[in-house]
Every structure is written in structure tokens, then in C-alpha cells.
Design a protein around this ligand. Structure first.
Ligand code: ATP
Ligand code: MG
Ligand code: ZN
Length: 535
């Protein structure tokens, strides 16, 4: 039963098309392999560094299929970015997200019915809506793209329950082939992503994470006010534009005020701003009207402004994955750029606090299970219950309930059909109950370890690139030459003997710690499918 469109096209014609429509000279590493896999109708996962050009691997095929390519995208800012770029290239796209007004939506639906769009961008939350799903079904989607696919993994950062429903959406849409793309995935998450998307046999093309033109620095700022001093002097000194990331909306607003007060042209971007305000800030930033944008992680993933010269982290992000994604906004034109992490030990507390609320606690999952039991008892299992009703009965947020339901679904205890949850059976025994309720404890532990590893990244006296590569299971040299530690060590060769010995011992100890931590947080790669194309 293959309804997948495949297209035969010669390599010369493919490159010619890329040149004509996207203005690229040559394919970059990994691009051709992915594009050819997509055109053959295969499922694929592409793990290419930030800025490597993953978008082209579905945008080019979209011109050849004659039926729309669906792109699941996590952020409105990213959709906006892609929309603006593709419009300039005369490639019509549709965006389905929460910012649409009813009238705009009606217009979009009409256009879709006329088959105007080669690409349709959608948030995973919109795909949970049966109305949109039906609409997309009528479009006979040629390819299902999951951009920023690390969001799919239950173990990934930025965990969003709607991502757990993508596998169902692929099925509902008649199983088009799937292309998943990301820059940051640890070996264990590769399998999880493939499983969550139902594409276990997919072709995996992996090129690593390293960005040689990024100079990676960490500055410890123990004294209050030190971060601010650094930032102001950095912005006054450094030419070029960039991003400053902070951990909370409150901090973003405060820091934005400080920068404006100091006469710096600064924009503000966070998830609580109105869509119009966000769009406007993004537009001004892209048009070089701003020196810097102060942002939370609502701005970042995938954003492509080629000439960013710096990305500064004013607070700790949650993990090295998040750090690399955000830092990866810098230097996408291949020119040198600086990525600086400022840290105080206090920052860790804030992230630990965020982690506390991320997953359902035991008693919360238990409340959902009890509601489902009651449904079985009342003989209404077949009829099921909608998520909002289940959430209010269990006195939980819908988000929480979705996470628990996804877990029960993968254990075969419930099924989701037409947006309702139908219990299939009761929890078998104590043991099963225990394993269900305990599952998120493991996740919480893994998150804590990942945060811990980011602290180690900040504190390591060794090469930072080496650390990042080890984290992502990539082989690398001991020293990269583009991080502060490598530079300092290079300059220290003539330092006194005692100092050198002390440093060597510290390096060895930290290497051992890293290995231990990585071994416990990131189980070793069992994946033999990974292909490393030569160029
Ligand atoms: N073959 C190519 N030659 C030259 N430039 C290219 C090529 N492919 C892509 N680019 C450019 O590289 C930039 C980065 O591409 P893109 O946004 O697709 O990166 P990405 O891999 O999706 O990164 P991220 O992981 O950050 O989302 C874009 O400006 C794009 O136009
Ligand atoms: Mg991208
Ligand atoms: Zn280095």
C-alpha cells in the first residue's frame, strides 16, 4: 500500500533547480542525501548542525511533488521567518497556528482548497484539532516534515505533549513519508524520535553538532551586577547584532528596560507578548533596525538571520541541547561569531525550579487513572471522554492530562479516537501501576542530570567543543581551537610547571566526571543505522 509520491530527477537537474529557485551554488554536506531519500519516498531523519541548511531538504522537494508538503514547526517566530523567506522566493506557503483570526483562517482554507500552497506549516497543537486534520487530509499531503524533531522525544528539552500525537496524525493523513530534522539529539533520543513517529526503519543521516566558526566562552560572574556590567560593555564594544537569552519573561522585560535606558537599540521577545508585537520585533530585528534582541526561548529554534555576531546567555538554559540550539543562531553566514554563557551558581536553582513542574507527579497520574476506571465501571468505556472533561474531573490542566494519556496509550491501556480517550482495559496489577507512576521520576532524574551536565560544561577547564561532542556521542579531537579554554591553554604553554600540573590534574578529574555523568545520563549509542556521508 504505497501512496507515497516518488520523483525521479537527475542529479544535474536537481542542482539546477536549487540554483534557480534558492540561489545556492552547491549542495552542502548531507543535503543531497536527504533530498534524494525524500524524493524516493523514504522515511528519513537528518541530524545536521544548526545553520547547515536543513530547510532546503524539504523546500526543494516541495517544488517537485505537485502536492503540499506539511511542516510541523514548534514556534510561531520560526514560521514567520520561513514565511518571509519563502515569499521572497515566490514560493507560496500557508501557516496554521494560533495567531490566525477567523477571517484569515477562512481565507486560508479557501486557498488551500484551491491547492495554492506548496508548503503548509502547522504547529503540533493545531494538528490535534480534528477539523484541521480533515482539512489537511483533503490536501493529500506528499511529505510530513517534523522540523526541530528533538521536540518529539519525551526525553528531549522543550517537552510538549502535542508532539506525542504526531504519530497518530501521520496515520490519519494516510501515511505520507516522514522527514524528521534536528541539530541536537543524543544517541538515546534518536531511537525515541523514530519510535514516537512510527518510522523505526528510517534512514538516519548524521553529521554532528560542531560549528567551527563559533567561539565558545563561559564567564563566571559571581558578584551581583557583574552580568549587567559585562553585557553593557560588550554591547558598546562589539560591532554587529545578536541575541541575549534570559530564562524568564520577567527578566526579559527588566533587562530590555536596562538596555534601552543605556541607549541601546534593543527589542523584546517573549511568549506573553501579543502576536502582532512579536511579529513587529522580529521584523525590525531582521531589517537590522535593532542592535540586540532580549529574548526567552520563545525566540530561537530555527531562526535564520545569517549575520548574527553574538549570542549571549544571561541565564542558564535547561540543557546543552537548548544551549546549542540557541547559540546556533550565531554566525550562520560562516563568519566568526561569539557565543558567551554567563553564569552564577544561583542560576541553576531557577532551572531546577522549572524542572519541578514539568511532568505529572504520581498522584496526578493516579487521578487520571481513577477517572478512567470510573468510566469502565459505569459501562461507558466505548463512549470515552474528551480531554477537557477528563482534565476537569481529575482537577488537572489539559497539558498534564495529555502527558498521562499518551503514557497510558503507549502501554495499551487507552486509545485516542476522534479526540476522545477510550479506556481499553484497567491497569493490570500493582506492578504495572508502579511502573506507570514511576516513569516520570526517571525522566525528572534525567532532566536533573542534563542540567548538571550543563554546569559541568560551564566549569570544565578542558575544551568545550570536546565536551559538547562527547555529550552528543560524536567523536572529536581533544582540543578545538575555538573555545576559551583551548585558547587559554595555548597561551599558557610557558606558564610555570606547578600551575600546569594542577591544570592537568583538574582536566583529568573533570574528564572522568564527565564520562561518568554521560554514561549515566546518556546511554551509549546502540544505533548502527547512522550514516555519515563523506561530503
Ligand atoms: N547549499 C547551500 N548553499 C548556501 N547556502 C545555503 C545552502 N543551503 C542552505 N543555505 C542557507 O543556510 C542558511 C541556514 O539554513 P537553514 O535555516 O535551513 O538551517 P537549519 O539547518 O535549518 O538550522 P537550524 O538547526 O538552526 O534550524 C539559510 O540562510 C540558507 O539559505
Ligand atoms: Mg531549521
Ligand atoms: Zn576547545
Amino acid at each position: 500500500m504505497s501512496r507515497r509520491p516518488t520523483r525521479h530527477i537527475t542529479p544535474e537537474r536537481l542542482l539546477q533547480l536549487a540554483r534557480e529557485r534558492f540561489g545556492v551554488e552547491q549542495f552542502r554536506p548531507g543535503q543531497r542525501e536527504l533530498i534524494e531519500a525524500v524524493l524516493r519516498g523514504e522515511n528519513a531523519l537528518g541530524i545536521l548542525p544548526t545553520g547547515a541548511g536543513k530547510s532546503l531538504t524539504y523546500q526543494l522537494p516541495a517544488l517537485l511533488f505537485g502536492r503540499p508538503v506539511l511542516v510541523v514547526s514548534p514556534l510561531i517566530s520560526l514560521m514567520q521567518d520561513q514565511h518571509d523567506k519563502l515569499s521572497e522566493l515566490d514560493i507560496p506557503i500557508a501557516k496554521l497556528n494560533s495567531t490566525l483570526k477567523t477571517s484569515e483562517e477562512r481565507e486560508l482554507v479557501e486557498e488551500m482548497e484551491e491547492g495554492t500552497h506548496e508548503l503548509i506549516y502547522v504547529t503540533p497543537e493545531r494538528l490535534e484539532n480534528p477539523h484541521y486534520l480533515e482539512l489537511l487530509k483533503q490536501q493529500r499531503i506528499s511529505l510530513f516534515v517534523v522540523d526541530e524533531a528533538h521536540c518529539v522525544s519525551q526525553w528531549g528539552h522543550d517537552f510538549r505533549p502535542a508532539y506525542l500525537g504526531l504519530r497518530d496524525a501521520v496515520r490519519e493523513l494516510g501515511r505520507p513519508s516522514v522527514l524528521a530534522l534536528t541539530a541536537t539529539v543524543t544517541p538515546e533520543n534518536v531511537d525515541d524520535i523514530l519510535k514516537q513517529l512510527g518510522i523505526e526503519g528510517a534512514r538516519v543521516i548524521q553529521l554532528g553538532v560542531e560549528r567551527k566558526n563559533l567561539f565558545m566562552e563561559v564567564l563566571r560572574t559571581p558578584r551581583a551586577g557583574q552580568k549587567r556590567e559585562f553585557l553593557l560593555s560588550f554591547l558598546n564594544r562589539e560591532p554587529g547584532v545578536g541575541i541575549v537569552y534570559v530564562a524568564t519573561v520577567k527578566k526579559a522585560i527588566e533587562l530590555h528596560g536596562v538596555l534601552e535606558g543605556a541607549g541601546i537599540r534593543a527589542g523584546l521577545y517573549h511568549g506573553k507578548l501579543k502576536a502582532k508585537q512579536r511579529e513587529e520585533t522580529q521584523r525590525r530585528f531582521m531589517a537590522d533596525e535593532l542592535k540586540v534582541i532580549v529574548a526567552t526561548n520563545a525566540f530561537g529554534l530555527g531562526i535564520d538571520k545569517p549575520d548574527l555576531r553574538f549570542v549571549i546567555h544571561y541565564n542558564f538554559p535547561a540543557s546543552l541541547e537548548a544551549y546549542c540550539q540557541e547559540a546556533g543562531r550565531a554566525g550562520r553566514d560562516g563568519e566568526p561569531a561569539r557565543v558567551v554563557l554567563l553564569y552564577r551558581l544561583e542560576d541553576k536553582r531557577l532551572q531546577t525550579y522549572f524542572l519541578g513542574g514539568k511532568y505529572p507527579a504520581r498522584d496526578e497520574s493516579m487521578r487520571v487513572i481513577e477517572q478512567l476506571r470510573a468510566l469502565i465501571k459505569a459501562g461507558r468505556a466505548g463512549e470515552g471522554i474528551g480531554i477537557p472533561a477528563l482534565a476537569s474531573a481529575a482537577e488537572l490542566s489539559e497539558r498534564r492530562v495529555k502527558v498521562t494519556v499518551a503514557q497510558l496509550e503507549s502501554a495499551g491501556i487507552v486509545q485516542r479516537a476522534h479526540n476522545r480517550v477510550q479506556p481499553l482495559r484497567d491497569v493490570r496489577d500493582r506492578e504495572e501501576l508502579d511502573s506507570l507512576l514511576g516513569a516520570y521520576e526517571a525522566r525528572r532524574k534525567s532532566d536533573r542530570e542534563r542540567l548538571e551536565l550543563l554546569m559541568h560544561y560551564a566549569q570544565t577547564p578542558r575544551c568545550r567543543t570536546h565536551f559538547v561532542n562527547a555529550y552528543f556521542g560524536e567523536p572529536s579531537e581533544d582540543s578545538c581551537g575555538h573555545c576559551d579554554n583551548c585558547r587559554a591553554h595555548g597561551a599558557q604553554v610557558s606558564g610555570d610547571r606547578e600551575q600546569q600540573t594542577a591544570r592537568r590534574m583538574a582536566a583529568r578529574e573533570s574528564a572522568q566526571q564527565l564520562e561518568r555523568l554521560i554514561a549515566s545520563a546518556v546511554p551509549s549509542a546502540s544505533d548502527s543505522r547512522a550514516v555519515k556521508p563523506s561530503a
